[in-house]
Design a protein around this ligand. Structure first.
Ligand SMILES: [Zn+2]
Length: 133
């Protein structure tokens, strides 16, 4: 009964115990003369903590500069697109690009997209060559 209670306390304090272990290890290394290890570890920790903030900040800054929100010129559907890229409207799949802060069609108005089908023509010479050999 008593043993179980102790286990429960240990389980609840495991998070705190982890940090206490880290601090004790840091103190031990510092006392032994490996303070530079602790400093390096702390620098790494600070770096790892700052890195996501820097990345998120950078990404947000980049998105603010490159994301454009506008309406589709064909179907008037509002969405966001990237600058300097060609993309398709998610509603009508019209190919669009960003020109002077707004969406515009890549193909000029009135253009009808036609899928070209390549027809393979077999010449008479090729036919006679294959039959001769
Ligand atoms: Zn559209």
């Amino acid at each position: 009964m008593n043993n179980r209670f102790n286990q429960l306390i240990q389980y609840n304090l495991s998070g705190l115990g982890c940090w206490l272990t880290v601090i004790f290890v840091a103190l031990f290394l510092g006392s032994v003369g490996l303070g530079w290890v602790v400093n390096g570890f702390l620098l790494l920790l600070v770096f790892l903590l700052l890195l996501p903030i820097l990345i998120i900040g950078g990404v947000q800054w980049w998105l603010k500069r490159n994301l454009i929100q506008d309406n589709c010129p064909v179907c008037n559907y509002e969405f966001t697109g990237f600058k300097n890229t060609e993309f398709n409207c998610p509603n009508c799949s019209e190919p669009l690009e960003v020109i002077s802060g707004g969406f515009s069609r890549v193909t000029p108005p009135g253009t009808i997209d036609v899928n070209a089908v390549e027809v393979t023509a077999v010449s008479l010479e090729e036919k006679t060559d294959s039959s001769a050999s």
